[in-house]
Write a protein that binds this ligand. Structure first.
Ligand SMILES: [Zn+2]
Length: 183
């Protein structure tokens, strides 16, 4: 195992939830991430603009994904291509370095209180995000995709009512304070 791959073994899982549970950072063993007020914090960043891969069966259709990506683009973020990946490139097997993969939530990760779960692989030393998987429940609700793409871009939760990155969907909103990058 090279040093490079050892450094990639950090995985973070974040979900917006229906009723207030704490988001969990998973580092094997589990580490709690306390909800914070104050400034929103960023876990890391992509080195190159990530492609978006939509898997077969994804609750989010291409147009919905494109709209959510556009929401972030107008706030200064860049992306590669949006690809309908079918069963390939990390949808079922394999990996998708450099990509954000969007799929239906898998049985082993299914938690009925969560609308979605986002898995982020990143280099803990450099803060470089290398791949992300967003798993969505059926009946995708408003703001979930934008929220999860926010995680995919490195943003953590913030305990501010009406903010996009609030962990509880019902307490969140479209407030983008702290998320806008210089264009
Ligand atoms: Zn979240």
């Amino acid at each position: 195992m090279t040093n490079f791959f050892k450094r990639l073994l950090f995985l973070i899982i974040l979900s917006p939830v229906l009723s207030g549970s704490t988001p969990v950072l998973i580092e094997d063993p589990y580490v709690d991430v306390r909800l914070r007020g104050g400034e929103i914090e960023k876990l890391g960043s992509w080195k190159f603009p990530p492609d978006i891969q939509i898997c077969e069966g994804s609750p989010a259709a291409r147009a919905e994904v494109a709209a959510a990506v556009e929401w972030w683009k107008t706030r200064g973020y860049t992306f590669g291509n949006i690809v309908e990946a079918g069963h390939g490139n990390g949808c079922i097997v394999g990996s998708a370095y450099g990509s954000i993969v969007i799929s239906l939530i898998s049985q082993e990760n299914f938690n009925p209180s969560n609308h979605a779960t986002t898995f982020i692989r990143f280099d803990r030393e450099t803060g470089e995000i290398v791949r992300v998987r967003i798993e969505l429940k059926e009946n995708l609700r408003e703001r979930i995709l934008e929220h999860e793409i926010g995680h995919a871009l490195g943003w953590l939760h913030i305990n501010r009512r009406g903010h996009l990155m609030h962990p509880i969907l019902e307490n969140g909103g479209w407030n983008d304070e702290g998320l806008v990058q210089n264009l």
